[in-house]
Write a protein that binds this ligand. Structure first.
Ligand code: GLN
Length: 276
């Protein structure tokens, strides 16, 4: 048994070779602090370590548990975030939304941010880490909020990202005005078939009624009461949802901009609250 044969077992089980190598690298680093440099220097793993590696890979192969749940961490915008099966695994695409928020905060010196459906807190924590703004993250799931709190500690951002259990705006007071409301809500229409890996993620973080649009509609309806005038409402959106979300926003928002991801798919919708 060697790192190579264990990598091959992952590939033979149908994991793309480049993905398999990446996952082995993550496992080696996480469990044994064994880096690419160690490998280049020909450092060997002990047989006990190889056995552990094989066990983790067996878990990955058996029911396709995402590697991030096996190691309990996910890489997002330069940091490792704690993740458990109670939270969605941060996705690369979400970086688009977060970068847009950070740019707006820096450009306009914005101070108060609300992140709805914060999950692992990856959006809230990354904004707090990279700006001077204060972020309130809300989520309906207490289990998710526990993970988000651990991430605040992990990233050492202390009280600049705070969390509250709330079903959307339920526990947010109207006098708490925000310069930005940001959200990557559940947006997959019920009934959509998911990859086996994705089936391990919490349903509540993935699926929404009204063909995936329900949570957007609810947020768009309430957001005007909680935003400063000219404040920004910013969403990550699912495939083919941008146009409908934009039209839901048109009554109360202006300068609505849709941005594509690297795959050319409409990925974020951002608008500003009209004066009322
Ligand atoms: N805000 C978190 C993220 O972007 C969780 C999103 C969700 O669970 N829908 O990863």
């Amino acid at each position: 048994m060697s790192i190579q044969t264990i990598t091959k077992s992952l590939i033979d089980a149908g994991i793309e070779p480049s993905e398999a190598k990446y996952e082995i690298k993550m496992l080696l680093e996480h469990f044994f602090n064994y880096t690419a440099e160690d490998s280049a220097r020909g450092k060997e793993l002990t047989s006990e370590q190889l056995e552990t590696l094989q066990e983790k890979v067996a878990l990955r192969i058996k029911d396709r548990t995402p590697i991030q749940y096996i190691i309990g961490e996910a890489w997002f915008m330069g940091e490792f975030f704690k993740v458990t099966p109670d939270v969605l695994i941060p996705r690369d695409e979400t970086e688009i939304l977060v970068r847009q928020a950070i740019d707006l905060i820096r450009e306009h010196n914005l101070k108060t941010i609300l992140d709805i459906g914060t999950g692992s807190g990856c959006i809230a924590c990354t904004i707090a880490k990279n700006t001077e703004a204060t972020v309130l993250g809300v989520d309906i799931s207490s289990d998710a909020l526990r993970v988000a709190l651990d991430n605040v500690t992990k990233l050492k951002i202390n009280n600049r990202a705070v969390f509250r259990k709330s079903d959307l705006f339920e526990k947010v007071r109207e006098d708490e005005k925000f310069d930005i409301i940001v959200s990557n809500p559940p947006y997959i229409p019920f009934g959509t078939e998911l990859d086996t890996e994705v089936q391990h993620e919490p349903k509540i973080a993935l699926f929404a009624d009204e063909n995936g649009l329900q949570i957007y509609r609810k947020i768009i309806e309430k957001a005007p009461e909680y935003l400063t005038t000219g404040g920004y409402l910013m969403f990550e959106v699912g495939i083919n949802e941008a146009a409908q979300i934009k039209s839901l926003m048109e009554e109360n928002f202006y300068e609505i901009i849709v941005t594509k991801d690297l795959a050319g798919i409409d990925r974020t919708v951002v608008g500003r609250l009209k004066a009322r």
